[in-house]
Ligand binder design. Structure first.
Ligand code: XIL
Length: 351
């Protein structure tokens, strides 16, 4: 008997050949992921279904960050993380864990901590190794260090120099804290792939140069770094040539390249009267298609760790909250219906 589509049986067209339904993961030649939120996985069955159907990789959006996992000194909380890990295990998905070392998402006790360099090293190492050990065997990879490089001069963020957006880790641990973070993570889970993750490579040449140089230095020293995350919080006007150059330069390091936090803003300038009309939707679809195509045509197959969008539906996106503006940056709308952006992404992943 030929394969039949159950939906066709139900609607009376019994005998029509089954049309396999295309999903992002079924067409992509590499893993496609979404950052996910355990609260939505637990409370919204549409969200659960669309993540399980469309993606084969998930990133922990907020729940493995420092303030979530170690809210008090030496008191660890993995409740949110474990929800995501068990969801992924149940649905046979890869987990990319985010993140161990960042200048943001720090609990008050770290911001107020006082101690000598040994005491700082101790909280740093203990945090990294406790969190990595907890997730060992359940995650494939880690963003070990996030956003360590400054936008304006490509130097390391340092709270001494930039009180507002500097790194407390660089301040207390010196410039080699990055290398040590990778070593500590590797000791705790030698099987996990370890990434440096940052944003702006597609618009900031100074930062891109600095990142490539830093990664190459780490590699030359034998520091266990396996990949680079390009966050790619981009907009509909993002420059195609610069995007390609960034992927080329980062891939020239030989490391895995993860587009780790993709979203495409339709309102980067924060127009309060914006209407999300057909023209904007179609430009956004073109940009999703272009990102996938550029990744495929630029990053060698063996170095493609995949593309991950930063959450799933527009209502879940961080952009409107964080930047206080109207926006619709993701492939699904707030009811998890596929948008033009989804269709563009699908087209790009197919070729
Ligand atoms: C964002 C989350 O999506 C928000 O929910 C949270 O309020 C702030 O952080 N770069 C990163 C991510 O590496 O961790 C950030 O995630 C988005 C920018």
């Amino acid at each position: 008997m030929p394969l039949v589509c159950l939906a066709c049986v139900a609607c009376g067209k019994y005998g029509a050949p089954a049309q396999p339904v295309e999903t992002l993961k079924s067409v992509a030649p590499f893993p496609v992921g979404a950052a996910v939120n355990p609260y939505l996985l637990k409370t919204n069955s549409l969200y659960y279904a669309v993540v399980a159907t469309e993606y084969n990789s998930v990133t922990t959006e907020n729940v493995l960050k420092f303030n979530a996992t170690e809210p008090q000194l030496n008191q660890f909380d993995f409740s949110g993380g474990d929800t995501v890990l068990s969801f992924a295990a149940k649905n046979h998905m890869r987990v990319h864990a985010h993140n161990l070392v960042w200048h943001q998402a720090l609990p008050g006790w770290v911001l107020n901590f006082s101690g000598d360099s040994l005491a700082w090293e101790n909280i740093f190492k203990t945090h990294i190794q406790s969190v990595v050990a907890h997730c060992k065997g359940k995650v494939s990879s880690w963003d070990v260090v996030n956003e360590a490089i400054r936008d304006d001069d490509g130097k390391l963020r340092n709270k001494d120099v930039n009180p507002g957006d500097g790194s407390i880790w660089r301040q207390h641990l010196g410039p080699d804290y990055i290398a040590r973070a990778f070593q500590y993570a590797h000791e705790a889970d030698p099987g996990a792939l370890l990434f440096y993750n940052d944003y702006g490579q597609e618009w900031n040449g100074v930062k891109l140069d600095s990142m490539v140089a830093m990664v190459n230095r780490l590699k030359r020293r034998g520091i266990p770094i396996d990949g680079i995350g390009m966050q790619m919080h981009i907009g509909i006007n993002t420059n195609q040539a610069n995007m390609k150059i960034a992927m080329q330069r980062l891939a020239s390091t030989g490391l895995l390249i993860h587009i780790s936090e993709l979203d495409v803003s339709v309102n980067p300038s924060g127009d309060t009267n914006i209407v999300y009309n057909d023209a904007l939707q179609s430009r956004q679809a073109d940009m999703y298609q272009l990102v996938a195509q550029t990744y495929i045509s630029t990053v060698p197959k063996a170095q493609r760790y995949g593309i991950t969008t930063w959450n799933v539906g527009d209502a879940d996106s961080w952009i409107p909250h964080f930047y206080h503006r109207k926006d619709w940056p993701l492939p699904f709308d707030s009811l998890y219906r596929k948008k033009a952006a989804y269709e563009g992404y699908l087209r790009g992943l197919k070729n």
